[in-house]
Design a protein around this ligand. Sequence first.
Ligand code: C2E
Ligand code: CA
Ligand code: CA
Length: 530
Amino acid sequence: MPLLKRKRNYARLLIILAGALPLISGLIFTVIDARHTLHQQQVNAANTLLFQAEKMSDRGWDMITSLHRYHYQPCSQIQNNLLRTDMLSAYFRAIGKLQDDRVSCSSAYGLEPGSLKEIIMRDPPVTGRAWWSLSLTGTAGVPNRPAAIFVRQLPDGEGFWAIIDGQYLIDFMNAVGESHGYQLSMRFGHGAPISAGNDEAAKSSFFTAQTYQAISNHYPISVSVIAPGTELTRAWRHVVFNFLPVAIIFSILLMAFTANWLQRRLSWRDEIRRAIHGHQFTVHYQPVYNARLQRCFGVEALLRWTTPSGKVIRPDIFISAAEAEGMIVPLTRHLIHLLVEDVQSWQVEPGFHLAINVAAGHLQHPDFVSDMLKLAEKVKHQQIVITLELTERSLIQEGDDVARKLDELRKVGIKVAIDDFGTGHCSLSYLMTFSLDYLKIDRGFINAIESLGSETPVLDAIINLSLKLRLQILGEGVETALQLLYLQQRGVMLIQGYYYAQPMNNTALKGWLKRKGRLPIQTVNQATSE
Ligand code: C2E
Ligand code: CA
Ligand code: CA
């Protein structure tokens, strides 16, 4: 597949992914949110249920406490009272007394009620406790309706019991569970669960059923709330409905952003290539002043890009785009090609300096040395001295390799300068590792000069260090006479900046060199007066 087509396919895929990302992550979020909402509803239902079960327990134990007054009293005497108490108390199915595990008295089972086991239709639990309660599937006489029994056993073998009818709890559970389709159940002690609500709840649909269990802090009561899968689907649909418009907006924005980014990314490469072929690049030259010789020392070559529509693209933008997209080597070769053409028409004295900016990507390229040697060869007859301006950033990677390359080039008379010195990292260590000829002090430090007498500690330190290391220093971005004088007073002899000359095209440069190339800089009195 051709490269461009492959790239377009890749771009399309990336845009689709960008669009899908908010939707997919949003959908995951909605499921989590729906689960959380459902869980919260289950917790609320379980707490309501526990509260009711505890209230029922309170009633049961209150009844047991009130039965205490019949302790030691024979059944025949209290039978009527029991009956009346039972009838007047809501919720109770039966109450009575025990003698060991035999029911000695009962409000509902006549004078010969039989054993506790017969009434509760199961073996009483062996709890070893004087107080216990148990949920039941039914009792003798009402075998199909759940109930809960509360029992108090005294040390003398006598005891009291009360059975609460489960219907109230079932009605309550039905009321709580109905709106959500929950199945609810509760257990007293290790008794049978009393369940109500949707008995299909545990079946799974698209989502599996969610079970939540809670236990009471006061009584041995546990409750469980089973929410059917459909309930989660319902909660999810609700969240999705609210979230979807936001997700779609995000999706569209991200797709547009990605498409825009891709277009710029894809097109920079093509644009630069097209601009090279379409002769849209030119070179401008900015003269550098030698204060000792009081004349022009050389020029720095700066690339310019003007599109056919007349739009000027700033070099810091297209240079970094070219670096990011692997176009810096072809672009620098193009610059060299343009330079060589321009230089042929120059009439400069031997030793005239021509500085070019070299990007990190080119420096590390295997053909770097041969590219530079070719340039040197082509301008040899003019006896022009080439200076390579490198940034500190470009020296960080593959330091040994780069040092070897630079040594090789210095041997044939090419000079090496560090550009924007002081703005990168570990500046001092470079001075040790690489053999250099110049430091170009960054514009920022020059800007900081306020008056001739004031100190700019970093700038002064850089100047002193360079002088000690016998490196030449060039101050760039010099815009005022004050800055010029300040630098000159501290021994900086190479000056570049608008104060001396602006970058200009080849024709303008040739005229400028003729008129001003051999003259001293024309200082305005402003510097000395400050
Ligand atoms: P640089 O190498 O530091 O170039 C100096 C920049 O400062 C130039 O901007 C120049 O026009 C500007 N300048 C010079 N004197 C003054 C002054 O007195 N005041 C102010 N404010 N500015 C001044 P330009 O041409 O826009 O270039 C910007 C950067 O683009 C350059 O910074 C360099 O890093 C890069 N660049 C330009 N041409 C090339 C090139 O051919 N190859 C590479 N690799 N980079 C280049
Ligand atoms: Ca430069
Ligand atoms: Ca610079």
